[in-house]
Design a protein around this ligand. Structure first.
Ligand SMILES: [Zn+2]
Length: 414
């Protein structure tokens, strides 16, 4: 089968091999130097293919560029965004593997020995890819389709427009940012300098995903102070901080955890816990689709802290609770035309839009709240963030098709 966009896959394979893992313990922007190196290489490539105003912005480390309009009238300025970092999983020496003409039922060996496999009995999504060419990991690393797919697709779409000047389009701004996976990249985003009227992150999963509703999110740190004395004389004196931590957890609704919720249900997730008798630290993430639901969950935490401090003494339990991002729909509901263009583009290409709410956040949640409505489009990847990640060439091509179709529809908004 003829590849419509010749450089799409070679480009993706080259990007995937470069380690751009972010680091949540770093305090620099970007969190890792390897992201800066990658952004510099991309900047050179953007200049080579002929984009204008290519720059890596100091304020947020976003690489931005422009494709000027070739229309003689004004249409809204479209922004296209993706992120260059990869998730918290081994990213050393990534060796993407290509499985041509996959039959939709075979077990794919990732490493030579076959310790890790992609098995349709485990990963049912594989059945959707009969007849397609898959790109997988070789077992030890992630693939980084999240979000090198999005980066490759956006650049390929821009190159296509530059090589086909007969295709009419408005002004397009593109932006590649760092540190999405650690939740900090978009918080610095300079939305004014970017200068788009509406945008999409190309950072979603399988074919058809179109996301404009996300969780509202808060992060919680719990610090519990105990009192450690020798057990022999402990009666009435010892306070075991780990047991208070257990009590804290037991006061949360037992069924409101990710493994027991789905769809529009929220949760409390204990993500980390370290303790001694003297001191225990816990970390939670709190998620809900409704803003008042998030507030109710935060109130629940405050009540538990109060109850425990009443029981064990003031300041036994201290917390640090911060909102992280809000449901993008709060903004998108007033800008549904941005969703409509993407839906129309997909329908024109016979792709069924999948608009299920995201049980997570996207950079677009943060950016939408800065005033730039930014839903999330599929980039094609499956099983993100680990060794079982894969993407099909066909899904990546369709992502480029959708981007170009959105550009075409927007050019008609006279
Ligand atoms: Zn991503």
């Amino acid at each position: 089968m003829a590849i419509k966009y010749e450089k799409l896959i070679p480009r993706f394979l080259e990007y995937a091999k470069q380690n751009t893992r972010s680091d949540e313990n770093s305090t620099t922007i970007p969190s890792t130097e390897r992201q800066t190196e990658f952004l510099k290489k991309l900047a050179e490539e953007l200049m080579e293919i002929g984009l204008s105003d290519v720059k890596i912005r100091k304020v947020d480390s976003y690489l931005t560029a422009e494709l000027p309009s070739n229309l003689d009238y004004d249409v809204p300025v479209l922004g296209l965004l993706s992120h260059v970092d990869t998730a918290d999983f081994n990213s050393e020496d990534i060796k993407p593997k290509i499985v041509e003409n996959y039959d939709g039922k075979s077990v794919i060996k990732l490493d030579e020995a076959g310790k890790y496999t992609l098995d349709p009995a485990v990963f049912a999504s594989l059945k959707n890819y009969a007849g397609q060419t898959l790109i997988t990991t070789s077992g030890d690393t992630l693939l980084g389709s999240d979000d090198k797919s999005g980066v490759s697709e956006i650049i390929t779409a821009m190159e296509y427009l530059i090589n086909h000047p007969e295709i009419k389009h408005g002004k397009i701004k593109i932006g590649f940012g760092p540190d999405e996976e650690i939740g900090t990249g978009a918080t610095h985003f300079d939305v004014k300098d970017f200068g788009a009227d509406f945008a999409y992150t190309v950072d979603g999963g399988p074919l058809g995903q179109l996301e404009y509703e996300t969780f509202s999110a808060a992060g919680l740190k719990v610090h519990i102070t105990g009192k450690d004395v020798h057990p022999s004389g402990a009666k009435g004196i010892m306070v075991n901080s780990m047991l208070i931590a257990n009590e804290f957890q037991s006061m949360l609704p037992a069924d409101e955890v990710p493994e027991k919720t789905e769809g529009r249900e929220g949760f409390f997730l204990l993500t980390d816990e370290t303790g001694t008798i003297d001191h225990t630290d816990m970390a939670y993430i709190i998620r809900d689709f409704e803003r008042d639901g998030l507030e109710a969950r935060k109130n629940k935490i405050t009540e538990i802290v109060k109850a425990l401090n009443d029981k064990y003494g003031a300041d036994t339990v201290k917390i640090d609770m911060k909102d992280q991002y809000y449901n993008m729909y709060e903004i998108m509901k007033d800008h549904m035309e941005v969703v409509k263009i993407a839906e129309e583009a997909m329908k024109n290409l016979n792709i069924e839009p999948d608009e299920a709410p995201v049980r997570g956040g996207t950079d677009g949640s943060t950016i939408s709240f800065m005033g730039l409505p930014t839903p999330n489009l599929f980039a094609g990847g499956e099983n993100m963030h680990g060794r079982f990640e894969y993407v099909s060439e066909e899904a990546m091509e369709k992502a480029v098709d959708v981007v170009l179709e959105i550009i075409k529809l927007n050019s008609q908004k006279k």
